[in-house]
Design a protein around this ligand. Structure first.
Ligand SMILES: Nc1ncnc2c1ncn2[C@@H]1O[C@H](COP(=O)(O)OP(=O)(O)O)[C@@H](O)[C@H]1O
Ligand SMILES: O=C(CO)[C@H](O)[C@H](O)COP(=O)(O)O
Length: 516
């Protein structure tokens, strides 16, 4: 039973809706996680590049996990509830009932997921308008944003969905509406994925130009005309850890949220335009600061894909189960065995991966790019699987370095990474990010730090803290810090050169095949 020496009776619930599951935590005023629950959620892929979910399923999962973590607690002691969720598009009719986003007419599946790439033709047309709002999404709108998906619905599901629709929500905003009955949208959602400006609001000319003038004529009631600021901040106290960002402005920190995908969040006092990196978004994350969001569309999903698709996967599963380990803990210890005297990262001297199996989100903003592997051999054993897994993890870290370099070239000055999300539980993933970027990686004391972040938002909403900064200072603490192995730098610099060549070559192959 929660209690101990913390201030009695004040708890917060954080709910994190990821791509694969919903998690909830009960957190106290010090940010200590007292109870945790998770629940898998359904996903449908009715055809290639169409990814759908159900808002009813997701809400039911939120209720299940929330009830589990508050069990035994007097509900009056729950002071606040915070949500974070993927930026998937939820569609409801005028009576708030789910509408189908698919040709089958299955209204249960009323969410177009963030990683859905069905609206390719729509996003090309949007980008061809060269409208000024595109400057604020890295110059090129992503197929994963909401405008192309909305246009797809209008063009493809006019009668069954578009004409009946009353409400289009970003998933986090759907959740806060379900929890409170208030349809106000988060500024963060609208600025990051819907082209809303914190300073100027909606731009009528954009919606008219792309053929969605319907929103303008009804004063944006379907996509949100009441907007509230979010409260997140990057203000964790880092004193005493020997970090370069100590005593430096928060703009020297890059937060990387690593789950199914990875999101790279950097802030600045003045707007910085980074080609291929989303933003700058004013006040979308930290009030008064501009946010740039780099990203990799598939990271955890890519690692799972590479490992599960390998011929030695059944053997891996059997051996990990026999040792009561996760497959990744097993693979990490297997790599330690086979590396012998050399650093583990050196096992991939002749195996290189380009990680854009689902297109490149940043910094190339090219959804046509594909994955590449070079250095394959005629072997299918566990060693081979482990080394391919390592090369994949490294490729993702090189992708982060590529994004950081683009951000720095445009004016950011980043010295420290803060990692969270499921992949931050993987020590190999963390060490490779440190070694390959050459920057220290800070992990939160609480492993489920995304949930603590959501609970902090709930804590702020409760009024128990005077500001987000105060709540952050009290509830968020530095845990492990992983420093780069600087002696390996030369090796990773060479691998990075190969990494950049891979995409150059891929573009050459495409040009050859197009007969240019
Ligand atoms: N302990 C762990 N060790 C290694 N990988 C992990 C661990 N926990 C989660 N992951 C990986 O993290 C990814 C999912 O992260 P998560 O934050 O749960 O995703 P999402 O928010 O997208 O649902 C998956 O690829 C999973 O394999
Ligand atoms: O684009 C996004 C955020 O800007 C997606 O919502 C996010 O990448 C998905 O999150 P996760 O990988 O944790 O499921």
């Amino acid at each position: 039973m929660p209690g101990g020496d913390q201030e009695p009776g004040r708890y917060y619930v954080g709910v994190d809706v990821g791509t694969g599951s919903v998690r909830a935590a009960l957190v106290d005023q010090r940010g200590t996680l007292l109870a945790f629950a998770d629940q898998a959620i359904n996903k449908w892929e009715p055809q290639f590049n169409h990814h759908e979910q159900s808002s009813e399923d997701i809400w039911a999962a939120c209720c299940i996990v929330t009830k589990k973590v508050v069990q035994g607690i007097n509900l009056n002691q729950i002071r606040g509830l915070g949500f974070d969720a993927t930026c998937s598009l939820v569609v409801l009719d005028k009576q708030f009932r789910p509408l189908p986003v698919n040709h089958e007419g299955d209204s249960h599946r009323n969410i177009i997921m963030w990683l859905d790439h069905r609206a390719v033709s729509q996003v090309h047309r949007i980008n061809n308008t060269k409208h000024s709002v595109l400057q604020y999404v890295g110059g090129v709108m992503s197929v994963e944003m909401q405008a192309p998906k909305l246009l797809w619905l209008k063009e493809n599901l006019r009668e069954t969905c578009w004409d009946k629709a009353g409400h289009f929500f970003d998933l986090p905003d759907f959740l806060s509406w379900k929890a409170t009955g208030v349809t106000a949208r988060s500024l963060c959602s609208l600025v990051c994925k819907w082209t809303y400006s914190a300073e100027k609001g909606w731009d009528d000319s954009f919606w008219k130009m792309i053929g969605l003038e319907d929103f303008v004529s009804d004063n944006y009631s379907k996509i949100g005309n009441q907007v509230l600021p979010p409260g997140a901040s990057l203000g964790t106290d880092v004193r005493g850890h020997g970090l370069a960002c100590e005593g430096q402005p928060v703009t020297s920190r890059l937060a990387v949220i690593c789950g199914t995908s990875s999101c790279h969040m950097g802030i600045s006092k003045d707007p910085i335009f980074v080609p291929g990196v989303w933003g700058p978004y004013f006040s979308a994350m930290v009030p008064g600061f501009w946010l740039n969001e780099g990203g990799q569309s598939v990271t955890g999903k890519l690692i799972d894909h590479m490992v599960q698709g390998h011929a030695a996967f059944p053997e891996l599963q059997a051996k990990a189960t026999a040792r009561c380990q996760s497959i990744y803990a097993y693979l990490n210890s297997h790599l330690d065995l086979i590396k012998k005297a050399q650093p583990v990262g050196f096992l991939t001297v002749d195996l290189h991966v380009w990680p854009d199996f689902h297109g490149n989100r940043s910094p190339l903003a090219d959804l046509t790019l594909k994955g590449m592997v070079t250095g394959l051999k005629l072997s299918q054993d566990l060693d081979d699987l482990a080394i391919l897994y390592l090369a994949t993890v490294q490729a993702i870290a090189f992708g982060t370095r590529f994004i950081i370099e683009a951000m720095e070239a445009a004016g950011h000055s980043i010295s420290t990474l803060f990692l969270c999300g499921g992949l931050s539980k993987n020590p190999l993933f963390v060490q490779m990010h440190a070694d390959i970027t050459g920057m220290p990686v800070v992990l939160s004391q609480e492993v489920e730090s995304v949930l603590v972040g959501a609970a902090i938002l709930g804590a702020c909403a409760s009024g128990d803290f005077t500001s987000v900064q105060e709540a952050m200072a009290r509830m968020s603490k530095v845990g492990r810090v992983v420093f780069p192995r600087l002696e390996d730098k030369r090796y990773y610099d060479k691998k990075y050169q190969v990494f950049l060549k891979l995409v150059e070559h891929q573009k050459e192959y495409t040009a050859i095949m197009k007969g240019v």
